[in-house]
Design a protein around this ligand. Sequence first.
Ligand SMILES: NC(=O)c1ccc[n+]([C@@H]2O[C@H](COP(=O)([O-])OP(=O)(O)OC[C@H]3O[C@@H](n4cnc5c(N)ncnc54)[C@H](OP(=O)(O)O)[C@@H]3O)[C@@H](O)[C@H]2O)c1
Length: 296
Amino acid sequence: MAGHVAIIGGTGKMGQWFATYFKEKGYQVVIAGRFPGKTAKTAQILGVGSADSYSEAVKNADIVIVSTPIEATAKIITEISRYMSKGSILFDIASVKKGIITALEKAKESGIRTISVHPLFGPGAKKIRNRRFILIPVGKDTELMQTITKLFEDDGATISIIEDAKTHDKIIAYTLALPHFLNMLLGNLLSKADFESYKFSGTTLALQLMLTESVFNEDPRLYSMIQMSNDQFHKLLVILLESTQKLARIILNNDTEGFYRLFKDTKVYLSRNPSFEDSYDRLYKALEAIEEKTKE
Ligand SMILES: NC(=O)c1ccc[n+]([C@@H]2O[C@H](COP(=O)([O-])OP(=O)(O)OC[C@H]3O[C@@H](n4cnc5c(N)ncnc54)[C@H](OP(=O)(O)O)[C@@H]3O)[C@@H](O)[C@H]2O)c1
């Protein structure tokens, strides 16, 4: 399946990633943005085509990808779907889906085929192999689901299908927004220490700090939206505050029994992961691999 791909927001980090991905697969790629000069410059660097407007980019496209900030995506879907040809495919790649699936459902009424995609990786991913995508159906289009699944699976990616936006946002609240939040909190608490914590890092902090530092190397605009636009995460924040207080009380009250119970109960959940048992070994392997790479 090759053809024409248009990427709205193609000047951005993920837009460029998808432009390169589809170009390397043999598709004719055109990117579009709000500023034609900036778009043309990026297109030249990537070796793809550029369009002066969204409408021009999408009119002959077989696949249109909307890779714009979360808060702008629903409106852009509504705007561009009017210019797309009947039967062509449209998907977004936003990290939070509330409102976006509704926009895709409306867009479908004009005869285009829509689905929602969430790549669970950032632009740093060199290859698609072993990376994960979440797909969310929009209405019943089993064939489109199969087409998009095959497109990415053929390159070695793993696909998970989630039925609706609310479930997606709930899962993402736990798997993306929560780790970001905890890393932000850790980084912020460390920044209040009156010593350089990285100089004293043992194994746990060495690995953890790598995650924390990588979060702070990211784009604060995207990260703020992952926290602020996901109302499922706001529900989780209430649980997080209660759990923090509970654990703090256990510790401050010297409640050893309570501590052991919490440890045991949590371990029961975590040990459902088949690789739980060798997590300690993997931690050291990961550290050694990173140290080796850093030496090179
Ligand atoms: N970065 C990640 O790790 C990652 C991972 C998975 C999914 N995503 C999702 O991918 C999408 C794009 O993320 P990104 O990191 O590539 O963002 P980005 O680098 O900021 O790129 C977004 C592009 O959208 C355009 N844009 C910016 N503000 C806009 C606005 N208000 N209205 C319309 N267009 C606007 C810009 O292009 P012009 O200035 O040329 O118009 C910009 O280059 C987001 O929905 C995000 O949730 C990101």
